[in-house]
Design a protein around this ligand. Structure first.
Ligand code: SF4
Ligand code: SF4
Length: 170
């Protein structure tokens, strides 16, 4: 599924319909914060894939060969098997928090905690416009949390985590 970003100019109703389109065919980036939480229930060797991007090590969720779906997507129920401790990036979706504009018509910056952000939603998500209202502040908060954790996720931290040497609070 390709993200079709539309500027998010106001709070918006959203309720996931579990079509799980967003759980297939794209990289699900993991931070060490995510890996630690999921590792309480699953062996990291079963769900973490290392890849490189611009000469940086990145961690992504393992995916199935047959449909490129995330391994935690249940094809029978359509639900996420790790919903209670899913990665930050999954919690943000179908929204996107950017620190620079994408160049899309109608976009405008949103000030949050002293930072200038650009918020978007995926117009192809069928849950948009349904259910409870989510505020731009809630979305921005998740976006800042993801960036903070993503920026400090490196190979050294991963090795420490695997060796059980990380004392960081979750
Ligand atoms: S967030 Fe949207 S695209 Fe993803 S599973 Fe829910 S309804 Fe489908
Ligand atoms: S962890 Fe859950 S929400 Fe995230 S991609 Fe996998 S199945 Fe989808």
């Amino acid at each position: 599924m390709r993200f079709k970003p539309k500027p998010l100019k106001d709070d918006i109703a959203f309720e996931c319909k579990f079509c799980l389109d967003c759980c297939r065919g794209r990289f699900i980036y993991l931070t060490l914060y995510d890996i630690k939480r999921i590792a309480k229930h699953h062996d990291p060797q079963d769900f973490v894939v290392l890849t490189t991007e611009n000469e940086q090590i990145r961690f992504i969720l393992a995916y199935r060969e047959w449909d490129l779906g995330c391994i935690f997507h249940d094809p029978e129920s359509g639900k996420c098997k790790i919903h209670d401790y899913n990665p930050l990036i999954c919690q943000i979706y179908p929204f996107m928090v950017s620190h620079k504009p994408l160049g899309i018509e109608g976009e405008e910056s949103f000030e949050y905690k002293g930072q200038k952000l650009w918020l978007y939603y995926d117009e192809s998500c069928p849950g948009i416009g349904k259910g409870k209202t989510i505020t731009r502040e809630e979305i921005a908060e998740l976006g800042l949390k993801f960036k903070e954790e993503f920026d400090k996720s490196n190979l050294e931290g991963f090795v420490d985590l695997i060796n059980g040497e990380s004392n960081a609070e979750i």
